[in-house]
Structures are given as structure tokens and as C-alpha cells.
Ligand binder design. Structure first.
Ligand code: C2E
Ligand code: MG
Ligand code: MG
Ligand code: MG
Length: 280
């Protein structure tokens, strides 16, 4: 690092900034090629009912194997795809691939409830988005009432014509909405009853502190469960890694859970194997 200060430090920060920009430009270019080069894939992670233990849904999560062979995290490349606009094409691909895969699993006689897809705020702002979603369901003959879209709180902050129309279309077709990473966003909760949200997903940063000493954390998750239920929603806990956490969530009346305790996100063939050994 440039802890020595002096003349060299300016040079150092300059280089470092330049490198950052360059890496970013390279990533952006590579990302544009990711779809045509077939570098994107989906892994799948189930949600489980805390009362009966059955699988209530499967979430599709995006993976990118870059041209250098490295596996890149969506946390790293989704924001770049959002900035460059590439997220629109990538998002359509994710939806199509998830619906195609869900259809194939359904054909194979597997029981898994809904398929859930993460949707960026940028996609939601696209006036074409809702029509695209319906067209994709139709193309893959996937029943719209078994599709859930996961949105973040920030995506729901603005109440626009485009959003209204999209949500009306979704509601009319039985497409459900989940608020993802709930608790990490804004404190203004007005959007919760403005929009037809079916599921609240408690962010894993809260869930994972449950089993610790935290009386306060326990209060927090309990409050989210109570709030969700009061608004007629089901509450899903993300990032459940231990039996202790699971028991606490069950005691708090949480409805569903997702996390490494059940399984990590899996490639399609592995998830199929996992599904086959689950209780009804
Ligand atoms: P998310 O939708 O909240 O997904 C949950 C993330 O938590 C996933 O990370 C998952 O692998 C991870 N996870 C699940 N269970 C556990 C656990 O027990 N412990 C821990 N430590 N982590 C767990 P992933 O796959 O890296 O995805 C990160 C985020 O990237 C997602 O968070 C979502 O916001 C975004 N993302 C993923 N796929 C897509 C996509 O197709 N489109 C968009 N717009 N965003 C996506
Ligand atoms: Mg999600
Ligand atoms: Mg989440
Ligand atoms: Mg999360």
C-alpha cells in the first residue's frame, strides 16, 4: 500500500484508480459477450415449509463462468449489467431458462411448488417487462401462477404508471411477488400494502444473528414475521445454516426457510436428485 506517503503515493492511487476503471471496462465488454458465448447458467436453491417440511419453491440464481474460466458472483456483475443496460437481455434469458427448466422438472414428475426469479429494479422500470414475462411463460407453457418474482425494497420505492401496469398484469395472471433481502432497505414501508406482495424474505444478515446472544435480533425477526402476517403475507427466512436457527424461526411462526442447512444452490441435475429424496 501507499502508507509511505510522499511522491509515490500519488502515483500509486493514480494507477490503482486507472486499474479499477480498466477492469470495469473489461468486465463490461466481457459481460456483453457472456450471453452469446453461453457463459451464463443457473443454479437452484429450494425453499422449505417450516410446518410440513415440503418444498414450497425453487429460486433460480445466476452464475457466470468468465472467458478466463473463473466463476463470477452475481453480487459483482449484476450492478455492472444494470449500469450498462445488459441486465435487460440477461434478465430475459434468466426468466426463459428458469421457466424452461421448471417445465422440464414438472414433466419429469417432480414436486416443487413455484419457481422464483430475481428481478432487478432496472428490468422493472422497462415498460416491456411485464409483457415479456407473460410471453416467456406462454412460450414455455409454464403456468403463471407458479412464477414468483423477487424484488428488492428499492425497486418498490417508486410508484409509477409502468410499475402499476406491470403489477396489475402480474396480479391478473397470478404471478406473485416477493420482497427480497427484507430489512436491509428503506424504512418507509408504505409500498408493502401498495403492491401485491405474497412473500417477505428476511435478509440473511438478520437470520444469521438469531442463534447468537442477540435478544434484539430475535425481536427483529419476530417483528418481521408479525408484520408480514398482519399484512397477509408469508415470511421466508434466508440464509438458514443451523438447526438452532431453524428452531427459533419455527417458534417465531416463520413460514418458510432457505439456506445451506437444506442445500446450497445446486446445478439442475443435482437439484433433481435432491428433490427426489424429499418428503412429498
Ligand atoms: P438473493 O436473491 O438474496 O439470493 C440469496 C443469496 O444467498 C444467494 O447468493 C445464495 O447462494 C446465498 N445463500 C443461500 N443460502 C445461504 C446460506 O445459508 N448461507 C449463506 N452465507 N449464503 C446463502 P448468490 O447466488 O451469490 O446471489 C447473490 C445475489 O445476486 C442474490 O441475492 C440476488 O440479489 C442477485 N442475483 C442472483 N441471481 C440473479 C438474477 O438472475 N438476476 C438478478 N437481478 N439478480 C440476481
Ligand atoms: Mg432472491
Ligand atoms: Mg434474498
Ligand atoms: Mg439476500
Amino acid at each position: 500500500a501507499a502508507k509511505e506517503g510522499g511522491r509515490n503515493s500519488f502515483q500509486f492511487y493514480n494507477d490503482s484508480f486507472f486499474e479499477k476503471v480498466q477492469r470495469r471496462v473489461t468486465l463490461e465488454q466481457e459481460l456483453r459477450q457472456a450471453l452469446p458465448r453461453g457463459e451464463l447458467s443457473l443454479v437452484y436453491q429450494p425453499t422449505v415449509c417450516l410446518r410440513h417440511g415440503n418444498v414450497t419453491g425453487i429460486e433460480a440464481l445466476l452464475r457466470w463462468q468468465g472467458p478466463d474460466g473463473s466463476l463470477r458472483s452475481p453480487v459483482e456483475f449484476i450492478p455492472i449489467a444494470e449500469d450498462s443496460g445488459e441486465i435487460l437481455a440477461i434478465g430475459r434469458w434468466v426468466l426463459a431458462e428458469a421457466c424452461r427448466q421448471a417445465g422440464a422438472w414438472h414433466e419429469a414428475g417432480l414436486q416443487f411448488g413455484r419457481i422464483a426469479v430475481n428481478v432487478s429494479a432496472v428490468q422493472l422500470r422497462d415498460p416491456q417487462f411485464a409483457d415479456d414475462v407473460l410471453a416467456i411463460c406462454q412460450r414455455y407453457r409454464w403456468p403463471t401462477d407458479r412464477l414468483e418474482l423477487e424484488l428488492t425494497e428499492s425497486a418498490l420505492m417508486r410508484d409509477t404508471e409502468v410499475l402499476r401496469r406491470a403489477f396489475d398484469l402480474f396480479a391478473a395472471n397470478g404471478i406473485t411477488l416477493a420482497v427480497d433481502d427484507f430489512g436491509t432497505g428503506f424504512s418507509n414501508l408504505a409500498y408493502l400494502h401498495r403492491f401485491p406482495v405474497r412473500h417477505l424474505k428476511i435478509d440473511r444478515s438478520f437470520v444469521q444473528q438469531l442463534s447468537g446472544d442477540g435478544e434484539r435480533m430475535r425481536g427483529l425477526t419476530q417483528a418481521v414475521v408479525t408484520l408480514g402476517h398482519a399484512l397477509g403475507m408469508a415470511v421466508v427466512a434466508e440464509g438458514v445454516e443451523t438447526e438452532i436457527t431453524l428452531d427459533l424461526l419455527r417458534q417465531q411462526g416463520c413460514d418458510e426457510a432457505q439456506g445451506y442447512l437444506f442445500t446450497r444452490p445446486l446445478a439442475p441435475e443435482q437439484l433433481e436428485t435432491w428433490l427426489r429424496v424429499q418428503p412429498g
